[in-house]
Structure formats: structure tokens, C-alpha cells
Design a protein around this ligand. Structure first.
Ligand SMILES: *Cc1c(COP(=O)(O)O)cnc(C)c1O
Length: 405
């Protein structure tokens, strides 16, 4: 899954280009930078790779979500519907623009349940934010239909699914805007970085300004820029963009390896009739960063987690149900409105509601689910060995359960 497995000469060369001029900033210094514009080059490459009109690089995936929300005009009083299974960045970004996170259930796609979305719509709903978790996609046809019917914006969090697609279109380019993260464990990394992508010129112009103190970037120098609106500093540096550029050139290779390794592991686990797999709206578009699989009951899955741990092979197998970062069950800081600064009253009410809400439908999926991360550097033999050990652990737990039953 992570690009950091392939860090090498290519990345060093790009970074050295920047170090040679010493111009580490992405804007200005036109003369001294001697034609080196790594951020611009990477933005062009992202547009070309994903067939979209505009890309704005920023300092992280969280910054990309925050910027995209602001550019979409989402703010105080607006509700954003998002899934209960996601990374904490999703609600952080929503809260940071003053808006209200509305968390709803997922389904077997491990992404937003369209039925749960419909039930959560109110007169305050402004945006639906599907999160394409673990390399694969939400049911976008259903969500687009809802957005059209209720006149809502669609913001795709594609941070974990770079290179995945849905019916021939790249994830992130289908909604009004999309976001990527290039943090250290993502499909391509530049240490820290992210991007807002869109086909809408006005969202792009707003993202461009918002991520750089509201600069309109029309002046001959930064001092001459106007500020049509208030912005913040979410800029990426040229050093980060340089690493990203080298990584992006390898994206196709990463995806090919991921798909091959994913298929091999899936074939091995498929031997066990009790194992089922995540439902994927467009299987051909899966970027295959993870293989997500289920057992029939929580008890069985907990048994397997314990067995994998016992055999020292739990690493890379994520039982999200017990995880502090990715699933609502353990987000006590959110439920208790543990904010350093004062949240607005509507946000406080919304968080109190989340604290008492039931996510039984999601619990019922997540408590039986493991996502196994697909590493790039494993050989065919190593994957076979890993898969065989997982199969042995699962069979052992199944056998025990049958004896008890
Ligand atoms: C990684 C991630 C983010 C945030 O990215 P950072 O670059 O780490 O800020 C947002 N959403 C999801 C689903 C992620 O996995």
C-alpha cells in the first residue's frame, strides 16, 4: 500500500533539484528558482493522471478537506453527512470550518450507506462527504442521485484511494470536489501533503487562494497580490512536492503490484467458505490497497484476532472495530466535544447527539471485519506464506467454535 516502500534515487534527484536553487517555496522568486516549479509540475501531473481540470496542492489531506469545504462554501450552520467509519480528519475538517458533522452508518461497501444518508438529510444539510475507505469506492451512483434530488454538494474524500476509479472515472473527480492525501502511509507519499481536485474553475480559484492567505496570485510579486477573501496557510513546500513528483511517476507501477498481490491473497483466503469479502460497487476500479474480509460473527473474528496476535502475524491486519482512529466506537474525544477552543452551539448539540446515537448497523459490520494491508515489497512466496498462516489461524478458530457449538 504505501509508496514509502519504494523510496530511492528518483526522489533524491527531484529534491536535489530544489536544494540546488534553495528556493523551497512554491510561489514567487521567479528568477532565482531557475525554472524549477515542482509544485506546479505535480499539479499538472495530477490533472493529467486523473483526467481532471484542476488540482491544488496543499500541506496535508486534512488541509485539503478543510480547503475544499471552504471553497464549496460549507460553514457555520451547514450539516455535512459523513460515514462513521473514516479517519478522524473527516470530522476535524468539518468542525474546523464551523460546520456540523453528521455521522451515519456504513454498509458492506465499508462506505456511506445511501439509505442512512437519506434518513439523515435535514433542511440544514449542505454536503455529502463519502470517504472511499481502504482503496475502494462508495456507491457513487446512489449518492449522486441523492445529491441531485436534494440539491446537495458532493465532496469525495479519496485520501485512501489514489488511483481507484468508478465506472471509468477516477475517484475524487466525480463529485464537486475531491481530496487526496500524500501522508507517509498513503499510496503515494511526499511525507506530508495533499490535494484538492475539481473540474470547477471557481472551486479551484477559491482553493488556490484559501490555502495561501487569500492571495489571488495575480500580482507580479506577492506584495502586489489582492486578497478577495480570508485564507490560511496550507501551502505545500517545493521539497515535499519534489518527492511527490517522483512518487507519482511510479503510481502506475504501485497499482499494478497492489492488484497482483491483492488477488493472490484473496485467492488464498477464498479457500475458506466462511470468509466473505467487502462488497465493491465497481470491482475493476478497486485500487487494492487493502483486502477487507469478514467472518460470520464477532466472536469468530475476535478469536481470529487473538490467534493472529498469538502467532505474531497480526501486524498489517486491521481490526478497525477496536481501533482508536478510524471508527466512531472509540472517538470519545469527539463524543465529549473535547475541543481546546469553544465550539459553536450547533456543533455542541450535534456532538451530544452523536454521543447518544446508535451505530448498530455499522457495529454489526465492523465487528466482523479485518482489512489486511497489501504491501508492495513482498514476494510471491512471502504472500503465500502469510496467506497460509492466516488460513491456518482462521481454520483453527472455526474448528474450536464448531467443537464448542
Ligand atoms: C489520511 C487521511 C486523511 C488525511 O490525510 P493527512 O494527509 O494525514 O492529513 C483524510 N481522510 C482519510 C480517509 C485519510 O485516510
Amino acid at each position: 500500500m504505501p509508496g514509502f516502500e519504494f523510496f530511492g534515487e528518483e526522489e533524491r534527484k527531484e529534491v536535489n533539484d530544489v536544494l540546488q536553487t534553495g528556493i523551497l517555496m512554491r510561489y514567487g522568486f521567479d528568477g532565482p528558482r531557475k525554472g524549477i516549479w515542482k509544485s506546479k509540475e505535480l499539479e499538472e501531473m495530477i490533472c493529467k493522471t486523473f483526467d481532471c481540470k484542476y488540482a491544488q496542492l496543499v500541506s496535508s489531506g486534512t488541509a485539503a478537506l478543510t480547503t475544499a469545504l471552504a471553497a464549496l462554501g460549507v460553514g457555520a450552520g451547514d450539516e455535512v453527512i459523513m460515514p462513521a467509519f473514516t479517519f478522524v480528519a473527516s470530522f476535524e475538517a468539518v468542525l474546523s470550518v464551523g460546520a456540523i458533522p453528521v455521522l451515519v452508518d456504513i454498509d458492506e461497501t465499508l462506505t456511506l450507506s445511501p439509505d442512512a444518508v437519506i434518513k439523515a438529510i435535514t433542511s440544514k444539510t449542505k454536503c455529502i462527504m463519502p470517504v472511499h475507505m481502504c482503496g475502494s469506492m462508495a456507491d457513487l451512483d446512489a449518492l449522486i442521485k441523492i445529491c441531485k434530488e436534494y440539491k446537495l454538494l458532493l465532496l469525495e474524500d479519496a485520501c485512501q484511494s489514489i488511483g481507484a476509479s468508478y465506472k471509468g472515472k477516477h475517484l475524487g473527480t466525480i463529485g464537486n470536489a475531491g481530496t487526496f492525501s500524500f501522508d507517509f502511509v498513503k499510496t503515494v507519499t511526499c511525507a506530508e501533503g495533499g490535494a484538492v481536485i475539481t473540474n470547477d474553475e471557481s472551486i479551484y480559484i477559491k482553493s488556490d487562494g484559501y490555502s495561501d492567505h487569500g492571495h489571488d496570485h495575480k500580482g507580479v510579486d506577492r506584495g502586489a497580490d489582492l486578497h478577495p477573501f480570508i485564507g490560511y496557510n496550507f501551502r505545500i513546500s517545493e521539497l515535499h512536492a519534489a518527492v511527490g513528483l517522483a512518487q507519482f511517476r511510479k503510481l502506475e507501477k504501485f497499482l499494478q503490484i497492489q492488484k497482483k498481490n491483492h488477488q493472490q491473497l484473496k485467492d488464498i483466503l477464498s479457500q475458506i467458505p466462511e470468509v466473505s469479502f467487502r462488497s465493491i460497487p465497481d470491482p475493476a476500479g478497486d485500487s487494492c490497497t487493502f483486502l477487507s474480509w469478514f467472518l460470520p460473527t464477532e466472536e469468530l473474528m475476535r478469536g481470529v484476532v487473538a490467534e493472529l496476535k498469538d502467532k505474531n502475524i497480526l501486524a498489517g491486519n486491521f481490526y478497525w472495530f477496536d481501533n482508536n482512529w478510524h471508527y466512531i466506537r472509540k472517538w470519545d474525544h469527539l463524543k465529549n466535544a473535547g475541543s481546546l477552543n469553544n465550539l459553536n452551539d450547533e456543533q455542541k448539540i450535534a456532538l451530544e447527539k452523536i454521543k447518544h446515537a446508535s451505530f448498530a448497523a455499522s457495529d454489526n459490520i465492523m465487528n466482523k471485519c479485518i482489512s489486511t494491508s497489501i504491501t508492495l515489497l513482498l514476494t510471491e512466496e512471502q504472500i503465500k506464506d502469510k496467506g497460509d498462516k492466516m488460513v491456518a489461524a482462521i481454520k483453527k478458530v472455526l474448528a474450536k467454535q464448531n467443537i464448542i457449538a
